[in-house]
Design a protein around this ligand. Structure first.
Ligand code: BGP
Length: 470
């Protein structure tokens, strides 16, 4: 639909930016922090580990000051479970609590709303050693951890996110360094426990914090059929059920998506359910749906004896499933230097699909482009490609809002350069450059990129700079 004029962004729109603890903080073994799965990884060849990252733990004040200068209204970050509970359960590490207290207070000093992710890929190692999410008892552990967060930070944090990209941990856990299962049945058992834990924690949040809101944060993508063949459309629906709706139907409606359930049954990988589980799922209600959007997916039909195609270097492509769907390239879409398809219109499409399907407000918790940013001779970063990426995506979001979709805020990835999940420091996403190389830490100075000033202007004026293409 074309409009003569797009709706304005609401005055209280949460223009923000995003990070996660293990990708930005560093200080991996300081002030009593316990080990996490990410600390125990062997990074891919020529790729840094997460030990120092962007050293945000030590430079937090300077970073928040820059976020304030950029004009951020919100900052979405995650709490490292192992900083609060070094063993995953039991003894609390007060220094961990102190760090996040300082961060939250610093943000509020500048009127930046903290949006807190409780778990972002970094499970405490002691829990992972026991099998991680495979043990049903971890549901209690996650609840206890959540209770500590609500008690300590709930007076100031009004937006909570349960689990970051639960669907990606299930579908690409090997790349994310989150995998602790031995086979697919175990993976979906772990998924079931995460769904239960999430539901319990959403319920707890509403019990403990009357004016806070909470929601999930999956990675959501519209799925296109490769052609207008009905079989391709069916394959697209299969993949959408397995990558998107399985997670959100359980979270919002408290039910297992029937297509996804049939797939699990056919593959003999159904999770074991206990009596009362569906009741637990139904009892936890999100206030909004937060989600990360990077790109769309295109699939074609697949026959049962087709070979499995799997690109182990790219978490966005996933495994094709013979007899269910096959992921294919979309020749209509340009790509980032890291080979991810760029699809701003897909963003509008998925915003509409999500809102029509669940009728809950939406919060964008990630969207962005990884680039090989380098300083030019004047010591500047001219990241026009990133500006163009954001310009197009934000415009499509505004169109979706004009279509009637309720969006609470937009928190692109990432506020500042940090380490990619599996492609190191060379893949940069930030509005702020961090002066380090893959292995050489240099001086770690912070340098605002051109996109920093572009986003600053956008937030100040509460509108997309330049000409709006309706
Ligand atoms: C999301 C994750 C983030 C982040 C981002 C970019 O899936 O939630 O942690 O890293 O993707 O992905 P990558 O780092 O693989 O480029």
């Amino acid at each position: 639909m074309y409009y003569k004029k797009l709706k304005d962004f609401p005055k209280d729109f949460l223009w923000g930016a995003s990070t996660s603890a293990y990708q930005v903080e560093g200080a991996w073994n300081e002030d009593g922090k316990g080990l996490s799965t990410q600390d125990m990884l062997t990074p891919p060849e020529n790729t840094t580990d997460f030990k120092v990252a962007s050293d945000h733990y030590h430079r937090m004040k300077e970073d928040v000051q820059l976020f304030a200068e950029m004009g951020l209204k919100a900052y979405r970050f995650s709490i490292a479970w192992s900083r609060i509970l070094p063993e995953g359960r039991g003894k609390i590490n007060q220094k961990g609590i102190d760090f996040y207290n300082r961060l939250i207070d610093e943000l509020l000093k500048y009127n930046i709303q903290p949006i807190v992710t409780m778990f972002h890929f970094d499970l405490p190692w002691s829990l992972a050693k026991e099998g991680g999410w495979i043990n049903r008892s971890i549901i209690e552990d996650f609840k206890d951890y959540a209770k500590i967060l609500f008690e300590n930070f709930g007076d100031r944090v009004k937006y909570w996110l349960t689990i970051n990209e639960q669907n990606m941990m299930v579908l690409a856990g090997n790349l994310l360094g989150t995998k602790t299962s031995k086979n697919l049945q175990e993976t979906y058992q772990q998924n079931h426990h995460m769904l239960l834990a999430q539901a319990e924690v959403m319920r707890l949040c509403h019990e403990m914090l009357l004016d806070a809101q909470i929601g999930p944060a999956p990675n959501i993508s519209p799925v296109y059929p490769a052609t207008n063949k009905p079989e391709d459309m069916l394959a697209a629906e299969n993949w959408a059920a397995l990558r998107n709706w399985l997670y959100l139907d359980a979270c919002v409606k408290g039910i297992y998506n029937s297509t996804a359930w049939a797939f699990l049954e056919e593959k003999k990988i159904l999770p074991n359910m206990e009596k009362g589980d569906l009741h637990i799922l139904k009892a936890g209600k999100p206030d909004f749906i937060a989600f990360n959007y990077y790109n769309s997916t295109t699939v074609s039909a697949s026959l049962p004896d087709d070979s499995v195609k799997y690109d182990k270097y790219d978490k966005k492509k996933m495994i094709s499933e013979p007899g269910v769907y096959e992921v294919v390239e979309n020749s209509n879409l340009p790509k980032t230097p890291f080979n991810w398809e760029i699809d701003p219109v897909g963003f509008r499409i998925i915003l509409r699909q999500l809102y029509d399907r669940y009728h809950l407000p939406l919060l964008i918790t990630e969207n962005g482009i990884g680039l090989y940013d380098e300083l030019d001779e004047d010591g500047k970063i001219n990241d026009d490609i990133r500006i163009d990426f954001y310009q197009q995506h934000i415009m499509e979001m505004q169109k979706a809002m004009t279509d009637g979709v309720e969006v609470l805020g937009y928190n692109p990835w990432s506020a500042i350069d940090l380490i990619s999940t599996h492609e190191g420091f060379r893949k940069r996403y930030g509005f702020i450059y961090v002066n380090r190389k893959e292995f050489d830490l240099l001086d770690m100075n912070r340098i605002p990129k051109k996109s920093f000033y572009w986003y600053q202007k956008l937030i100040r004026e509460n509108k997309v700079p330049g000409k709006i293409v309706v």
